[in-house]
Design a binder for this molecule. Structure first.
Ligand code: NDP
Ligand code: GDR
Length: 342
């Protein structure tokens, strides 16, 4: 039985990946950091049934990583742990560097000391492309604009490409474009939109306040994307793979699709910070605030995943409208049944 260690198992991707690897017959171990609230809300299918082993540790604590590696003795490591919020990274840049850059260095160094043949997956990101011209693929230049993107790029260059070339290690990456799900953190725009609009529909909130509506993202479904992570580590040679749908939509289109899914269509009035989204009965339900703009924006991400489709035989499934509906329906049902959103 293969053993996998997942850092970031409590996050969106960690939860789907742990379920996928358990289905594939893996012995799954997850690194969890201590938090003041329940870290296992996404892991009902995994932890509550004692299917995965939990190890306490932190990417900032080398000793904890050493102990986690000794206990789990993994054949494969999936490094999903990160400070993953781009907006927050502008406010806490050292944290992004500490976890997203040095964290990978600590993990890789400790892992290969114990097992030079271990296979390591790094969660790289389309934020590394930043201002690079779309469509972006594995040969596009990197041009990150946020502390998050910069830390992820440095980690990618030093510990993925660099260690692979210098030491011949099996370190691979997925350069994943935005992927969402009903388990997406409430701080990210997709889930903020679906959860708040569902509240508005049920009379539990009045308005949804957003920042830049014009940014374009290539949004896919997280459940499909974790399958690519696993396939990347099953290849003969380690490589880097763009994972994306090849379709890009603005934040504005995301809001419109979510409103449509809730049978609550809106029209837009005004412009800039004064723009509002208004329902057919004249209620303003979307407003704009400077607070949610970023100092520098990534305007347009559109991924070309030809390499992954060819070499990994990877496909994405549900489409943009399907993804938005899945998220809206899930939030609406949870709220209707007085369940907490996590
Ligand atoms: P989440 O924010 O949902 O999950 C991040 C995980 O990292 C959580 O389990 C979190 O723990 C953990 N974590 C944070 N800091 C530390 C630390 N210091 N030590 C140990 N664990 C820590 O992210 P996603 O699941 O969405 O993303 C997974 C990975 O993929 C991340 O690395 C992200 O940067 C990257 N990525 C994500 C994309 C996306 O669209 N989702 C696209 C491209 C890349 P806790 O629960 O305690 O906060
Ligand atoms: P992103 O995701 O920065 O692409 O990073 P996010 O959902 O935070 O933003 C997407 C776009 O929406 C715009 N936006 C807002 N964003 C948030 N969070 N809140 C708002 O109110 C709002 N209004 C407009 C943003 O400006 C941006 O253009 C995600 C994370 O998962 C990263 O970890 C990952 O690496 C990348 O996707 C690929």
């Amino acid at each position: 039985m293969k053993r996998a260690l997942i850092t970031g198992i409590t996050g969106q991707d960690g939860s789907y990946l742990s379920e996928h690897l358990l289905n594939e017959g893996y012995d799954v171990w997850g690194l969890v950091r201590r938090t003041s609230n329940n870290p296992f809300s996404r892991l009902e299918n995994v932890v509550n049934h004692n299917k995965a082993h939990i190890l306490y540790g932190d990417l900032r604590d080398t000793g904890s990583l050493a102990r986690a590696l000794d206990e789990s003795q993994p054949d494969e490591i999936y490094n999903l742990a990160a400070q993953s919020d781009v907006w927050v990274s502008f406010k806490c840049p050292e944290e992004a560097q500490e976890i997203n850059y040095y964290g990978l260095g600590r993990l890789v160094n400790e892992a290969v000391k114990r097992n030079p043949k271990v296979r390591i997956y790094q969660a790289s990101t389309s934020e590394m492309f930043g201002k690079s011209q779309p469509p972006q693929n594995e040969t596009s230049p990197f041009a990150p604009v946020s502390p998050y993107g910069e830390a992820k790029l440095k980690a990618h260059q030093d510990f993925v490409e660099g260690y692979r070339e210098r030491f011949g290690l099996f370190i691979a990456s997925g350069i994943l474009f935005n992927h969402e799900s009903p388990r997406r953190g409430l701080n990210f725009v997709s889930r903020k939109v679906t959860s708040t609009l569902a509240k508005i529909k049920l009379g539990l909130a009045d308005t949804l306040t957003l920042g830049n509506l014009e940014a374009k993202r290539d949004w896919g479904y997280a459940g499909d994307y974790v399958k690519a992570m696993h396939r990347i580590l099953q290849q003969e040679k380690p490589g880097d793979y763009v994972i994306a749908t090849g379709e890009s939509h603005t934040v504005r289109e995301f809001v419109e699709a979510a409103c449509a899914a809730l049978d609550m269509p809106i029209t837009w009035k005004g412009s800039g910070l004064e723009e509002v989204g208004v329902t057919a009965d004249g209620k303003t339900i979307v407003t704009i605030s400077k607070e949610f703009y970023r100092p520098v924006e990534v305007d347009y991400l559109l991924g070309d995943a030809t390499k992954a489709r060819t070499e990994l035989n990877w496909t994405d499934g549900i489409g943009f409208a399907g993804l938005v509906k899945l998220m809206v329906d899930s939030d609406y049902e949870l709220l209707k049944n007085n369940r907490a959103l996590t």
